[in-house]
Structure formats: structure tokens, C-alpha cells
Ligand binder design. Structure first.
Ligand code: BYC
Length: 313
């Protein structure tokens, strides 16, 4: 069959909502864009453990510490499912990690901001996981089978993450004046970076058209961002706090909240590696990789030994 027919059949399968599986024929660009997105998603989960990890030893109670550790462990797990999903497309884990360490592969801009106070743990759960889940629910129906299946479990865990973040902020919002100030300050600092997580405006999104056609993405960056604003603008009322956007108001004609302009210059600076914590995050990952070398070597040596014994038997 010539490549034109193969492409037609492939698109037909996508249009019929038949999942693409690892051994199926797929256009090279489909494979590449999935490797790009899934590996960047995996990197985001793993780098995303860092701002929170920093607060484990400073959690204000045993209960909060246990919750935070469980959340961070979930994120490590999400990274692993996602690396495994990307490997089914023929990319080695080592190559993906090298690309992260060399700065070639991206990870979500959000993790290049510092977590300055305990309230940031709540704001990350509510806003960052909230934005992530808004985007990830559509990914449970993405066209590449292994990615879609990994996302089902990830979404279940993310929804717990978001709820714990909201509950943590709710406690602060009902606390002392000092706690209320911490809560508002964390919301002020995380709001705009959370909106940037959805990526550039649709007209600047280079990958969206093909990803929508291939049903890797099912909603555009701007659609998801609007859905997120509409949800958070209501939830903030329960906290009795405010969002740091004077332009935020309900638009009865559009049936959506209007909101102010994102600082796109800041977004691209962070994506290019010039955010407040980019260097620190990459250094931390490279250090952890180096320190874990003995575990990888020991696992390899054990696997080799087991192999030799099996062959001998
Ligand atoms: N940050 O054409 P576009 C989590 C890049 S972590 C950095 O619209 P696309 C969690 C984009 O990669 C969850 N870069 O791209 C963990 C592209 O450059 P390349 C993270 C960004 O792929 C711990 C260029 O800009 N979620 O849940 O169609 C604690 C043009 O963009 C960003 C995912 O990874 C950004 N924010 O759409 C708490 C979800 N935005 O690659 C929580 C999976 C854009 O061509 N990923 N860029 O060099 C996606 O859904 C999509 O990749 C995006 C971007 C919506 C992010």
C-alpha cells in the first residue's frame, strides 16, 4: 500500500475514534508529536515534584506532611507511566532524560516559579493541578492508546490533588489574619503562571492544528484556558479571596468570564529557560540523576545475573 493510502486509512481510524496502538502504522509526524508531548508531560510531572518536595520537612502538621508526600509520590508515578507510554513509540528513556538535561526538551513553564510559603502548597494543588486536570481530562480520550490509558489513572489522582489544595486554602482562608494574607499572596503569585500552563494563544500555537486533526488534543489552548477561568472565578468566591485581575468580570453575552491579558513576554522568557528557577530545577534533576547512577547500575547487574542463570538452567 502506498503512503498516501496508509495516511488516509490512518486518518479514517482517528475519525472513527479507533485508538492508534504502538504496532499500528502511523505518520512519522504523528509519532514525533506524541513523543514530544508525552515526554514533556512526563518531565513536567518529575520536575513538578521539586517545588513541593522543598516543603515536606516544613509541613505544619503530620496530616499535611502525609498528604504532601502522597501527592509528590503520585507525581513521580505519573512521570513513570508517561515515560513508559512514550517508550512504546520507540524513544528510549535515556534519550528522553538526556533531552531534558540538555535543555532540548521542554517541561511546563509553571515549575520554574518558586514555592515561597506554605500557602503555595495549597495554591499549587488548587490552581496548578486544577489547570493540569482541565487539560488532562481531554487527554483520557486522546487518539494514542497508551497515552489515553495512562491519563485515566493520572486524572483520578489529579482530582484528589486539586481537592486537597482547595481544602488546604479553605482552612487558611478561615484562619487568622496572617493566614488569610498568606493565602491571598499565594493566589496572587500563582494565578497568572497557572493561566500560562495552557500554552500560547491559539493563533500562535504551532502544534494545535495537526494535534486537533489527529485528536491528540481535543480542545484548543484558549478553549481550555477559558474553561479554567470560568471554574476558578466561581470557586474563589467560596474562599472569600480575590483573583489578581481587575479585568475579570462575567460577560453575559459570551456566557463566560472576561479576563485580562497574559504577560506573553514573561511566558516565552520562562519557556526559553530564563524564568526565576529554570537553572535551579535542571541542576536539581541532573544531580538526582547522577546520584541515582548506582541504583541503575545495580539493577542492570542484577538483571544480567538473572539472565545468565536462566540461560545456564
Ligand atoms: N510550558 O503549539 P503549542 C502536572 C510550548 S504537570 C512550556 O500550543 P502544544 C503537575 C510547546 O511545547 C502537567 N512550554 O504546543 C505536576 C511548544 O513547543 P515545542 C503538565 C510550553 O503541545 C506536578 C510551543 O510552546 N501538562 O500536572 O500543542 C505538580 C508552542 O505551543 C507551554 C502537560 O504536559 C508551557 N506551559 O500545546 C502539579 C499536558 N505551553 O514542544 C501538577 C500535556 C506550550 O513545539 N501537554 N509550550 O518545542 C499538552 O497538553 C500540550 O503540550 C500543551 C501545549 C497544552 C502544554
Amino acid at each position: 500500500m502506498d503512503s498516501h493510502n496508509l495516511e488516509e486509512q490512518f486518518q479514517h481510524k482517528i475519525d472513527q475514534e479507533i485508538k492508534i496502538e504502538p504496532k499500528d502504522w502511523m505518520p512519522d509526524a504523528y509519532r514525533k508529536t506524541n513523543i514530544r508531548q508525552i515526554s514533556q508531560h512526563a518531565h513536567s510531572e518529575v520536575v513538578g515534584m521539586l517545588p513541593e518536595g522543598n516543603w515536606v520537612s516544613r509541613a505544619p502538621s503530620l496530616k499535611r506532611k502525609v498528604i504532601l508526600i502522597a501527592k509528590i509520590q503520585d507525581e513521580g508515578g505519573h512521570g513513570l507511566y508517561l515515560y513508559a507510554a512514550a517508550e512504546t513509540l520507540g524513544q528510549s528513556r535515556e534519550q528522553m532524560i538526556n533531552d531534558l538535561h540538555s535543555g532540548k526538551a521542554k517541561y511546563s513553564s509553571i515549575f520554574n516559579y518558586p514555592a515561597l510559603t506554605w500557602a503555595d502548597m495549597g495554591a499549587i494543588g488548587w490552581l496548578v493541578d486544577g489547570a493540569a486536570i482541565m487539560n488532562q481530562v481531554m487527554l483520557t480520550r486522546t487518539s494514542y492508546g497508551p497515552y489515553a490509558r495512562a491519563m485515566v489513572r493520572i486524572c483520578k489522582e489529579e482530582s484528589f490533588h486539586q481537592r486537597q489544595g482547595f481544602e488546604s486554602l479553605l482552612v487558611l482562608s478561615k484562619g487568622s489574619e496572617g493566614q488569610r494574607v498568606l493565602c491571598q499572596d499565594a493566589i496572587n503569585r500563582w494565578w497568572w503562571p497557572a493561566l500560562m500552563m495552557f500554552g500560547p494563544r491559539d493563533h500562535e500555537s504551532t502544534n494545535s492544528d495537526m494535534s486537533m486533526k489527529w485528536r491528540i488534543k481535543r480542545k484548543t489552548n484558549d478553549e481550555l484556558r477559558q474553561q479554567f477561568v470560568d471554574m476558578i472565578a466561581e470557586q474563589i468566591k467560596v474562599l472569600g479571596m480575590t483573583l489578581p485581575d481587575p479585568a475579570l468580570r462575567w460577560n453575559a453575552i459570551r456566557n463566560h468570564y472576561d479576563f485580562g491579558e497574559i504577560n506573553w513576554n514573561e511566558f516565552w522568557q520562562v519557556v526559553k529557560g530564563n524564568g526565576p528557577c529554570n537553572k535551579e530545577r535542571l541542576e536539581a534533576r541532573k544531580k538526582a540523576w547522577g546520584q541515582g547512577a548506582w541504583v541503575r547500575e545495580a539493577a542492570q547487574a542484577y538483571a544480567n545475573k538473572k539472565n545468565t542463570r536462566t540461560k545456564a538452567a
